[in-house]
Ligand binder design. Structure first.
Ligand code: TTP
Length: 201
């Protein structure tokens, strides 16, 4: 089989996250974004892993139309079982960073794919992230940059946040918000690349 990206069906990315769009762009896959507007707080009673799974699935289901390949993801940060969502202010971002400092937390990213005939597949990928012990001035520098405000856990590993992280066990892209290798494999398994099971002809 020779892969001709020009013949692949356009993926619908159910996300407003610029990071997720960048990653799909880097793969060279044809896609359009169609963000789902969900009340993410409504499912906060779930455990972190189940939450990432459910939200990814709900986002994909919210935008799917018959005949489309839809991709969605959701990233959740948990420190000792406690969720750290997106900080609502610089002050809350400071608090999050103090809690993450010197500790290891888990990032769960749920990934959902809906196939043209409507069947949904979803999975969760997890990574362990250890933060350096941060100095107060570093916390101040990072929080006041505002970079962490639209991100789960209040940091972005792919931007300035790269210097806060000591080590990652697992996939960097799962931390960034889209497990691209798992997505690629799922697309391959479901026939997106080969024209089988509703994929490209
Ligand atoms: C931990 C971490 C999270 N993030 C981001 C990824 C996600 O965009 C965000 C988590 O929020 P999500 O609710 O997963 O996604 P979103 O609201 O940004 O976009 P959408 O729901 O429309 O898909 O945090 C990073 O960019 N880098 C990181 O290191």
């Amino acid at each position: 089989m020779v892969l001709d990206p020009a013949r692949l069906p356009t993926l619908i990315l159910a996300s407003q996250s610029p990071r997720r769009a960048q990653l799909l762009e880097r793969l060279g896959l044809p896609f359009q974004t169609r963000p789902a507007h969900l009340d993410e707080e409504a499912s906060n009673y779930l455990a972190p892993e189940a939450l990432a799974h459910a939200l990814a699935l709900h986002k994909a289901q919210a935008v799917w139309r018959s005949g489309e390949w839809v991709v969605a993801a959701d990233t959740v940060v948990a420190l000792n079982g406690v969720l750290l969502g997106k900080p609502v202010s610089v002050a809350e971002n400071r608090v999050f960073l103090k809690r993450l400092s010197g500790q290891t937390h888990t990032v769960f990213t749920g990934l959902a794919l809906i196939l043209p005939e409507g069947r949904a597949v979803a999975l969760v990928d997890a990574a362990q992230v250890r933060f350096r012990r941060l100095e107060d001035w570093e916390i101040e520098w990072y929080a006041s940059s505002g970079e962490g405000l639209d991100k789960a856990g209040g940091y972005g590993v792919q931007e300035r946040g790269m210097v806060l992280v000591d080590r990652i066990e697992g996939d960097f892209y799962t931390v960034m918000g889209l497990p691209v290798r798992r997505l690629w494999q799922l697309l391959a398994e479901e026939g997106y690349f080969s024209g089988g099971k509703g994929g490209a002809a």
